[in-house]
Design a binder for this molecule. Structure first.
Ligand SMILES: Cc1cc2nc3c(=O)[nH]c(=O)nc-3n(C[C@H](O)[C@H](O)[C@H](O)COP(=O)(O)OP(=O)(O)OC[C@H]3O[C@@H](n4cnc5c(N)ncnc54)[C@H](O)[C@@H]3O)c2cc1C
Length: 479
C-alpha cells in the first residue's frame, strides 16, 4: 500500500491519534477522489485527508495543525469552479466535511433548519420538504455540493431573484477557527443586532478564515404550485424587457428567469431525437421562466395571462402542463451546461453587470470576442434576473494545449475589460479561489486590499487555512 512519504510518518501517527476510527486517510488510492474537482481542470495531491466526525474532532485537528504549522484546506463536494478546494500539490492536508453530514434540527415554526456542513445540499432540501418547507438554494450541482461549500462560496443558483443568495439565507454558523477554537454563532434568531454580524465574514470567504461545521438556514413555505415555460425571443434585449415586465406582472412570484442563447439550445439538441428543437423554429434567445406559490392563487392562469400580454416580445413559447414536462424543459439547460465543453477544457466566466446593462454587455462582449478570436465558440447563458451571465469560451477541436491556454487568456482579458467598462464583477458566483486571483488582485483598490489582509491576519495569523486562495500567499506578502 502506498502511503505518504516516510518523512510524514510521525505526522500521520499523530493525526491518526487526533482522528480515530478511520478519520485519517493516507493511502494513495484513498486520496485520489479528494484530489480532483468536478471540472477535472484542477488537481492536487494532499499530504493526507482528515475526516473529522464531530466539532470536537475538528477542533482537536485544527489545534494540532496550528501548533505544528501544517497548512490545511477545507473541502466540500468539490464542485467549486475556481480550483480552491483541492490541495496545493503535496503541501496541504485536505479537511473533508463528508462525515459531518447530519441534519441537527428542523423547525417548521421557526422556518429554520440546522445542518452540518458536510450535508449534501439535495439531502438538506429533501429533509426540509419532508417538513413541508423549502430550502431555496437550487442549482445543477445540488446532488454533489455540500452546505459548508455553499456557505464558503456564498452560492447563488436559479432562485436568487426571489430568495437571495446563501448570504441572505444563513441565520447562524458554527465555525472552527484556525487555532482550533470553536465560534458558536449557531442561532435561528431572525433579528439580532448585538454588535458585529460575524457570520457574514465567513460567508463567501472560500475556506480562508475558518472551517464551517454547521449552519442554521432560513426555510420558506414549500410551494404547492410551480409553473414553467420556455419562450423564444428575437434578442437578449427583448429577453431583458420581458424580465422587467415579469418582475412587475407576476406578483413577486417569479422564481427563475434563465437566459440561453441559441448556441446553448443546439448543444442539448446534439443529444439526438430525445431533444428536438423545443419550439417550431429557431430563435436567437430563449428564456426559461418559473413561477411558484402556495395558497389560493391560480398560478397557471396568472402565467398564461402574463404570457398573453407580452406577445410583442415573445415570438413563441411552450408552457409545461405536467411536472415531468417542466423537468424536461429544464434539461435543455442542464445538459447544455454539462456538454458545452465537448468533453475538453473550456473557459468559464461567471460575471455580472447591472441588470439594466446586461443586454448591451452581451452584445459588446460577443462582438469583441468574435473579432479577437473568431476561431472560438462562445456559449452564453445565465441567471439574468440577477444580472449574472456565463460567457464561456470553447476552443476549436484539436487545438494544442499551449494554444488553448493563450486563447483563454486572450478571451478572458476581452470579457473582463468589458465587465470593467460596465461597472460589473468578474465573479458573480464561483468566487476567486486560485483561478481568478490574478484578475481580482489587478482590480482591487488598496484600501479594500488592506482591510482584507487585516481580516485574514486576525482570523488566521499563521496563514495555514486555504493559503494562497483569494489573497496572495504569505510569502508573496514578504512574511
Ligand atoms: C454543474 C454546476 C453548476 C453550478 N451552478 C452554480 C450556480 O448556479 N450558482 C453558484 O453559486 N455556484 C454554482 N456552481 C459552483 C459550485 O457548485 C458552488 O460553488 C458550491 O457552493 C460549491 O460547494 P462544494 O461543496 O462543492 O464546495 P467545494 O468545491 O468543495 O469548495 C468550494 C470552496 O469552499 C471551501 N469550503 C468547502 N467546505 C467548507 C467548509 N465547511 N468550511 C469552510 N470552507 C469550505 C473550499 O475550501 C473552497 O474554497 C456550480 C457548479 C457546477 C459543477
Amino acid at each position: 500500500m502506498n502511503v505518504v512519504p516516510p518523512t510524514s510518518a510521525s505526522l500521520t501517527s499523530a493525526l491518526a491519534g487526533v482522528l480515530p476510527n478511520g478519520g485519517l486517510l493516507t493511502a494513495t488510492q484513498d486520496l485520489a477522489r479528494y484530489s480532483r474537482d468536478w471540472s477535472g481542470d484542477h488537481f492536487g495531491r494532499p499530504l493526507a485527508v482528515a475526516r473529522p466526525a464531530s466539532v470536537e474532532e475538528m477542533s482537536a485537528l485544527m489545534r494540532y495543525c496550528h501548533a505544528q504549522r501544517i497548512p490545511v484546506v477545507p473541502q466540500g463536494g468539490l464542485t467549486g469552479l475556481v480550483g480552491a478546494a483541492v490541495a496545493a500539490d503535496g503541501g496541504e492536508i485536505v479537511i473533508s466535511l463528508e462525515r459531518m453530514n447530519r441534519i441537527r434540527s428542523i423547525s417548521p415554526i421557526d422556518f429554520a433548519m440546522v445542518v452540518e456542513a458536510g450535508c449534501i445540499l439535495e439531502d438538506a432540501k429533501r429533509a426540509a420538504e419532508q417538513s413541508d418547507c423549502l430550502l431555496p438554494i437550487t442549482f445543477g450541482a445540488q446532488g454533489s455540493c455540500r452546505i459548508g461549500g455553499n456557505v464558503a462560496t456564498n452560492a447563488g443558483g436559479f432562485n436568487v431573484l426571489r430568495y437571495g443568495m446563501t448570504r441572505d439565507l444563513v441565520l447562524g454558523l458554527e465555525v472552527v477557527l484556525a487555532d482550533g477554537r470553536v465560534w458558536n454563532g449557531l442561532k435561528v434568531l431572525r433579528k439580532d443586532n448585538r454588535g458585529y454580524d460575524l457570520k457574514q465574514i465567513f460567508i463567501g470567504s472560500e475556506g480562508t478564515l475558518g472551517v464551517v461545521t454547521a449552519a442554521a438556514l432560513k426555510l420558506f413555505p414549500k410551494p404547492t404550485q410551480i409553473e414553467t415555460a420556455l419562450v423564444g425571443l428575437r434578442s437578449v434585449e427583448d429577453a431583458m424587457a420581458l424580465y422587467a415586465r415579469a418582475r412587475r406582472d407576476c406578483s413577486d412570484l417569479l422564481t427563475a428567469f434563465e437566459l440561453i442563447l441559441r448556441g446553448g439550445i443546439e448543444i442539448t439538441m446534439r443529444e439526438g431525437a430525445d431533444f428536438p428543437d423545443p419550439l417550431d423554429k429557431a430563435y436567437p434567445a430563449y428564456v426559461l421562466i418559473e413561477v411558484s406559490s402556495g395558497g389560493l392563487i391560480d398560478l397557471s392562469a396568472m402565467l398564461l395571462g402574463f404570457l398573453g400580454g407580452v406577445t410583442d416580445l415573445v415570438e413563441d413559447g411552450i408552457v409545461a402542463s405536467t411536472r415531468a414536462q417542466a423537468e424536461r424543459l429544464w434539461l435543455y439547460r442542464e445538459i447544455m451546461v454539462e456538454r458545452q465543453g465537448r468533453g475538453g477544457r473550456y473557459l468559464r466566466t461567471d460575471v455580472s453587470v447591472p441588470i439594466s446593462k446586461l443586454a448591451d454587455f452581451v452584445t459588446d462582449a460577443l462582438f469583441e470576442l468574435q473579432r479577437a478570436r473568431p476561431d472560438a465558440l462562445a456559449v452564453t447563458y445565465g441567471h439574468v434576473g440577477d444580472g449574472n451571465i456565463h460567457l464561456n469560451v470553447v476552443p476549436p477541436e484539436g487545438m494544442a494545449p499551449d494554444a488553448v491556454e493563450h486563447l483563454f487568456e486572450e478571451a478572458e482579458a476581452v470579457i473582463f475589460a468589458i465587465v470593467d467598462r460596465y461597472g460589473g464583477s468578474i465573479s458573480a458566483e464561483h468566487g476567486i479561489g486560485r483561478v481568478k486571483q490574478k484578475a481580482f488582485l489587478e482590480r482591487i483598490d488598496p484600501v479594500t486590499l488592506d482591510l482584507a489582509a487585516g481580516i485574514k491576519e486576525a482570523f488566521d495569523p499563521r496563514h495555514l487555512l486555504s493559503n494562497g486562495r483569494i489573497l496572495a500567499t504569505r510569502a508573496d506578502h514578504g512574511l
